[in-house]
Design a protein around this ligand. Structure first.
Ligand code: MV4
Length: 451
């Protein structure tokens, strides 16, 4: 039984978790930094505890402060959201040791999947297709040269402690390899405290497709479709949708089978996501597994008619998923635009500050997850996500048409946002046709508009 959840996060995801708690009859505790004292998560939670100054290191990443807040409020579980401590195995371990339910997988699972080489190896052993490349880490420049010769250029170097694109290097021929290796190693050491790299065949124009899983840790695994996440910029996703315009029921079935096999092999529990690259021939390859709830979870919720946060809390409380269809069919189409406080006409520069006017769209098929409101001061200390605008339709075209009109209804004044950028992408011929890959935004010609 979970009676009170401390939410170790802020922003829209903290609100999202509070909503799930209310629907389940569970009390919620917000934690907040000095910069967030006027935030909606503080107002909507049943209780709120200040955990430190604005700096993330001193507040949302401050484990002793968060543990104290859990103790004084008599919380019996912690929901980490995404980012911050969500994939910090030490935090999960401290929760486990203090008898607090960490709403996520075990600390051991987080550290195992956090080691990308280990994750690839266990998935490969479970029969999941993985990106061809080194087995294990790279141990020397000589070894790297012979590996690259075997794999064939171009190759990509990745940090085993990385993920999401940090510390990666594409290497196109053997004379670049040694210097690329030493640069990637230093970057990895600086960013993650671990210099170990692995090597993969570099795919020139893949799609990024991920499978949403929900697992009860008792052997029941449900696959809640794929998300198409190819529209990204500097490894930040900007638009996600489900289903993918290129995944048919045959490919979906294969991706489900692989993902379920992998999750069962590692004994996964909680919500999780398996990331794949998909090539032009319809082959998919495991890249990494995310052990958290993700920003883009709402598109899966809409097409599978499920509340992923409530389900995540229920399995953490020991509920079983037995008797449920492990591969349900998608109904309709959902697409999400991330509305960031950034200036798309100035290299997506962050645009924090006071929101002077705020009007959210509505009507059929529209969902907005946001912590914004009129007169809210968007702080400069955290990520720039202000709102997730999600459109649902019977099919992709209806979802896109709803998205377009909802973007037109959305009013945010006082700061710059990515709304005008999204309007142009949703209008793009190739985007409309579903004809894009991970390089779409590199080649996208954003029309300068001033207002
Ligand atoms: C790749 C890849 C091609 N081949 N791996 C990994 C993290 C994700 N955010 C991007 N990643 C990629 N991994 C192999 N084997 C292409 C990407 C990738 C990418 C890589 C470098 C620069 C920009 C990129 C944009 C999208 C995807």
């Amino acid at each position: 039984m979970i009676k009170k959840i401390l939410i170790a996060n802020r922003g829209e995801i903290a609100l999202r978790i509070i909503r799930a708690c209310k629907e389940l009859g569970i009390a919620s505790v917000a934690v907040y930094s000095h910069a967030d004292k006027d935030s909606l998560h503080v107002r909507f939670a049943d209780e709120a505890v200040c955990i430190g100054p604005a700096s993330p290191q001193k507040s949302y990443l401050n484990i002793p402060s968060i543990m104290s807040a859990a103790e004084i409020t008599n919380s019996d579980a912690v929901h980490p959201g995404y980012g911050f401590l969500a994939e910090n195995s030490e935090f999960a371990e401290i929760c486990e040791q203090s008898g607090l339910v960490f709403i996520g997988p075990s600390s051991k699972m987080i550290s195992q999947m956090g080691d990308k080489i280990f994750a690839k190896t266990v998935m490969q052993n479970a029969g999941v297709p993985v990106i061809p490349g080194s087995e294990g880490g790279i141990e020397s420049a000589d070894q790297a040269q012979s590996m690259a010769k075997e794999i064939g250029f171009p190759v990509i170097l990745k940090a085993t402690a990385g993920g999401g694109g940090k510390g990666m290097r594409i290497v196109r021929d053997q004379k670049e390899l040694e210097s690329a290796m030493s640069m990637a190693q230093s970057e990895a050491q600086a960013a993650f405290g671990n210099p170990v790299l692995y090597m993969e065949k570099y795919f020139e124009s893949p799609r990024h497709i991920e499978i949403q899983l929900l697992c009860d840790g008792k052997g029941n695994v449900i696959a809640l479709g794929e998300r198409e996440c190819s529209i990204q910029r500097k490894h930040q996703k900007l638009i996600e949708e489900s289903p993918s315009p290129v995944v048919d029921s045959e490919l979906r079935k294969k991706m489900f089978e692989a993902s379920i096999k992998g999750a069962k092999a590692v004994g996964y529990k909680s919500a999780g996501t398996v990331e794949y690259l998909l090539d032009d021939s319809g082959n998919f390859y495991f890249m990494e597994m995310n052990t958290r709830i993700q920003v883009e979870h709402p598109v899966s919720e809409l097409v599978y008619n499920v509340d992923l946060i409530k389900e995540q809390i229920k399995v953490a409380a020991g509920h079983s998923l037995s008797g449920m269809d492990s591969t349900p069919e998608p109904v309709g189409h959902a697409i999400e635009c991330r509305i960031n406080a950034e200036d798309p006409f100035n290299d997506f520069m962050p645009s924090p500050g006071k929101i002077t006017s705020f009007h959210i769209p509505g009507g059929p098929g529209i969902r907005v997850d946001t912590h914004g409101y009129a007169h809210y001061l968007m702080p400069p200390f955290y990520d720039s996500l202000l709102a997730k605008l999600i459109a649902y339709g019977h099919n992709r075209e209806e979802a896109l048409n709803r998205m377009q009109r909802a973007l037109e209804e959305f009013i945010v004044e006082g700061i710059k946002t990515t709304i005008p950028f999204h309007m142009q992408v949703i209008d793009d011929k190739n985007f409309r046709k579903g004809n894009f890959n991970t390089h779409f935004l590199e080649n996208f010609n954003l029309k300068q508009i001033t207002n």
